[in-house]
Write a protein that binds this ligand. Sequence first.
Ligand SMILES: Cc1cc2nc3c(=O)[nH]c(=O)nc-3n(C[C@H](O)[C@H](O)[C@H](O)COP(=O)(O)O)c2cc1C
Length: 300
Amino acid sequence: MNLSVNIAGVEFKNPVTTASGTFGSGKEFEDYIDLSRLGGVIVKGVANKEWLGNPAPRIAETYGGMLNAVGLQNPGVETFIREDIPFLRKYNTNIIVNVVGRTISDYCEVAERLQTEDVDMLELNISCPNVKEGGVAFGINPQMAEEITRQVKKVAKQPLIVKLSPNVTDITEIARAVEAGGADAISLINTLIGMRIDINKRKPIIANKYAGLSGPAIKPVALRMVHQVSKAVKLPLIGLGGIMTGEDAIEFIMAGATGISVGTANLLNPKATIDILEGIEMFMKEKKISDIKEIIGIIE
Ligand SMILES: Cc1cc2nc3c(=O)[nH]c(=O)nc-3n(C[C@H](O)[C@H](O)[C@H](O)COP(=O)(O)O)c2cc1C
């Protein structure tokens, strides 16, 4: 049975990766799973300098998912290079660095600093607010999405994945914009903006007021967007949003994703990635599918 896939020239032993921000750099998971079984580890967002994140409470449960407003807390690219790359290199898996920033030059600085480091791909998180444009996320405006992709692509040495925000009217417009900007692959989706209210205190549960919704609740939206984008661009896709089982992952692959990422499921079950990988294998065995590539994008 062949589960290997190629995404923008990078070989993956299987399509299973970790969704940024739900797996750190894998240190908390190595007692539970063998990281070498994963196709890739997409690490928590890395900025040019340390970011402190948002005030608490910043996480809340919802039906079929959760809200988070962690605020991209991270120790910065130097600490990442010093501590996390050597840790991950002990394992035989692709290292994909999720890059965050508040200006285009913040993002470029991270990509430049990683030029000579042993990482396999970069993933641009364009859901971050652009401080120069009044806090509007780069990812909700096609011109800004194309521009940031083009600028980072100029300095990036590794293939560039651009991760799309679902908080737009037409996701295919943004997908085409990042393709025009030179992206090598697209991952989707990031979280949907949501809210919860504490009716006794009469205030939002999350200190930041609004927060990102993730988990099974968003899966149908994510799947629809992966399918639409697969028809709109030629780039390989990494699909994510509410994947909890191998069957969920197969749905994304049939919709057009070459790779998949596991996010919120890691927070419920530290072995989720491996359970999902084994679920994919079991489905392929049952249906006598000898190569995963036979089913990528089979839904018209
Ligand atoms: C606690 C938490 C932190 C996250 N941090 C990041 C991040 O740093 N960068 C990013 O691109 N996405 C981040 N995400 C979004 C996830 O990578 C993913 O796109 C989203 O949660 C949907 O997938 P899921 O439903 O499988 O969790 C975060 C999600 C959660 C729940």
